[in-house]
Design a protein around this ligand. Structure first.
Ligand SMILES: Nc1ncnc2c1ncn2[C@@H]1O[C@H](COP(=O)(O)OP(=O)(O)OP(=O)(O)O)[C@@H](O)[C@H]1O
Length: 177
């Protein structure tokens, strides 16, 4: 599902509420028929959230960030870390601090998580920001794989998605005066 709306309409706020990072003034968020506040850990295990702030440690290298995520997800740190960086076009840049990379390269480091996570629900706030055309295409291909495997994606984007996603639902937020 794509959430659309002008700047300030409340897209990020909605995603943060659905993810359980902010509380709604009214109502409850349910996942698989259960209120997320009743069993947040179970919900969190199914959730992958990538927001405006990418969650990448800028002091560490791309390689160190990927190794950290592999460990967090209970995976062995092996050749896979380099394979993922190579997939995302970061070969040759794996050993410099992420803060020295370009905005698009930093976003690519953050998006590596989409290749190593088994979470069912992806909540992504402006995932295409700063990516070049090839990066956008690669990400959309990854989205299609996730959906084909029964996953769900809730995202905001000001960009038009490709025809792959014409069946996606769109929720349009508008200002209320
Ligand atoms: N922590 C906060 N405390 C108070 N107001 C906030 C907070 N976060 C966001 N807002 C306000 O809520 C409104 C919606 O912000 P939000 O970031 O959800 O918009 P958005 O639709 O994601 O915008 P954009 O397209 O610019 O990213 C804005 O007016 C913003 O100032």
């Amino acid at each position: 599902m794509q959430i659309e709306g002008p700047n300030g309409a409340g897209k990020t706020s909605l995603l943060r509420i659905i993810s359980g990072f902010a509380r709604p003034d009214e109502g409850e968020i349910h996942f698989s028929g259960q209120s997320i506040s009743d069993n947040y850990d179970e919900f969190a295990a199914q959730l992958l959230f990538i927001g405006h702030k990418t969650g990448v440690n800028g002091q560490l290298t791309a390689y160190e960030n990927v190794c950290h995520w592999l460990r967090v997800h209970g995976c062995h740190v092996d050749k896979r870390a380099y394979d993922l960086l190579s997939l995302l076009g970061l070969v040759g840049l794996e050993d410099v601090p992420v803060r020295t990379l370009s905005a698009g390269q930093q976003r690519r480091v953050a998006l590596v998580r989409l290749w190593l996570n088994n979470a069912k629900l992806w909540i992504l706030d402006e995932p295409f920001t700063a990516l070049d055309k090839k990066g956008v295409k690669q990400l959309q291909t990854r989205f299609a794989e996730h959906l084909a495997q029964g996953g769900a994606i809730l995202l905001t984007t000001h960009q038009d998605l490709t025809t792959h996603f014409t069946a996606l639902k769109t929720l349009v937020l508008e200002y209320q005066f």
